[in-house]
Design a protein. Structure first.
Length: 464
């Protein structure tokens, strides 16, 4: 197995926009940006879509569907990349993503639009994993912090401008063009990446395992369970108990899709994957309630309350850029440690703000702090995942990271929703932030386990 931290001796950091990497950087950044735009911007137009297509009953599924189907895409792209390289999976995932956009944009009813969203999620999840493998094979390790910082920015920008842009398009041109208008941009972005894909070695990895249809089955079970959790949240009379069953099914189904030892936080790659899931669960589980709390407790308008999320997103992007510039001068464990401290402190400050009725500005400032912490943590966990990977495991490990991220957030959001409704008689917001703080404390306590102990690297493979 290769070293967890490949040496950079003799490899110069020529910059992401140097001639050797220019088009790969532009193309991959654009693909991440466009996938992020479609994930975030659609929030603005979906009420209009639901009204015009008379699909209120399928509104929740239009959001939950892509998140769940993305897990299938991640598994398929991961196994395919390990066997034959990332070129084929990336071509296919972009084609599937475009097909989803076309189905959504041309849908004549809400049922067909939901199908399009499912197809779109399948392609988007696969694109993420395939691009991670492209990064591993195109860029030297010394440049990985920078490219993942760029990917972070590619997600932040849509969160800032996407909803407004989508709203303007829907208002002046029509909601269908929020989907159809992106098709050409995706094709252009893909064309930019093509030269890098052609220059890569496309021969099968010697250590790559045959494609596992069992993994696909487990992923399908996880998809059904996640969809079930989201839909059952709409029927609290019976949903609470059935959601608990869905959570158990999800945890059972996801085990073969993660590196061995993940749920036990074994040092190295397994702990790295688990920490990604905990970080997503803690931060995103709390984030959706921050503007809600500011509007409910302090009477702020939605636009003013949303400034907390805007500040957090900008801080995330800035911190990602800082860690990218520092590179090896900021050790991975230290970056994760500092970031987890900041994220945990942010959630704690928001909780204290609610309990002691501190000024709203405290919560806003806290979320900026938390965004900065996540900006340090997320890129480094991605870098570590590739550092722990060999040519034959880059796809599986990248898929595991993406799945952990997605399911960590999904499970936390469902649980936070249950906590919120269960503590309505006291302070639901305090209960939610206390719940996510517990997750964040676990995340903080495990941060040091992202690097191997004295015994060296653990052997990694499927099964937890």
């Amino acid at each position: 197995m290769t070293s967890a931290f490949p040496p950079n001796a003799g490899v110069s950091d020529r910059g992401l926009l140097s001639p050797a990497y220019l088009w790969a950087t532009i193309g991959s950044f654009s693909l991440v940006f466009l996938v992020g735009f479609e994930s975030l911007a659609v929030t603005t137009v979906m009420p209009v879509v639901s009204e015009q297509l008379n699909g209120a009953s399928l509104y929740a599924l239009a959001f939950a569907g892509p998140l769940a189907s993305g897990v299938l895409g991640m598994v398929i792209a991961g196994g395919w990349s390990d066997r034959n390289g990332p070129a084929g999976p990336l071509y296919a995932s972009v084609a599937v993503f475009i097909a989803g956009l076309l189905i959504c944009g041309l849908a004549g009813n809400m049922e067909l639009l939901v199908v399009g969203r499912l197809v779109q999620g399948l392609g988007g999840g696969a694109i993420t994993v395939a691009l991670y493998v492209v990064v591993a094979r195109v860029y030297p390790p010394i440049m990985h912090p920078k490219i993942f910082a760029a990917f972070a920015a590619a997600w932040v920008v849509p969160s800032l401008v996407g909803p407004l842009a989508a709203g303007l398009v829907a208002e002046h041109i029509g909601w269908r063009w929020v989907f159809l208008g992106v098709v050409g941009l995706v094709l252009i972005a893909m064309i930019a990446v093509v030269p890098s894909l052609r220059s890569m070695d496309s021969s099968p990895a010697a250590e790559g395992k045959p494609f596992s249809f069992a993994s696909l089955g487990w992923a399908g079970l996880a998809v059904v369970a996640v969809l079930g959790m989201n839909l059952l949240a709409e029927v609290p009379e019976v949903g609470t108990y059935l959601m608990a069953v869905s959570v158990v099914i999800t945890l059972v189904a996801v085990r073969p899709l993660l590196p061995k030892g993940t749920l036990r936080a074994v040092r190295g790659l397994p702990a790295t994957i688990l920490i990604r899931s905990l970080a997503a669960g803690a931060f995103f589980g709390a984030e959706v309630y921050v503007p809600y709390m500011l509007m409910d407790h302090y009477g702020l308008s939605p636009s003013i309350a949303g400034l907390a999320l805007t500040g957090g997103a900008l801080a995330w992007s800035l911190a990602s850029a800082v860690q990218g510039r520092m590179g090896e001068r900021l050790p991975h464990a230290r970056a994760v440690g500092i970031g987890s401290c900041l994220a945990t402190a942010a959630i704690a400050l928001v909780l204290v703000t609610v309990v002691f009725q501190l000024p709203a500005l405290v919560a806003v400032g806290a979320w900026v702090l938390g965004g900065g912490g996540m900006g340090l943590v997320y890129p480094r966990l991605s870098v570590l995942t590739l550092a722990y990977s060999t040519t034959g495991t880059q796809g599986f490990n990248s898929s595991a990271l993406a799945i952990a991220d997605s399911l960590g957030a999904a499970l936390s959001l469902v649980a936070a929703g249950l906590v919120f409704t269960s503590f309505a008689s006291i302070d639901s917001f305090a209960a939610v932030f206390a719940f996510t703080l517990v997750i964040s404390v676990v995340f903080l306590s495990l941060g040091h386990r992202v690097v191997p102990g004295h015994k060296g690297l653990p052997k990694v493979g499927a099964g937890t």
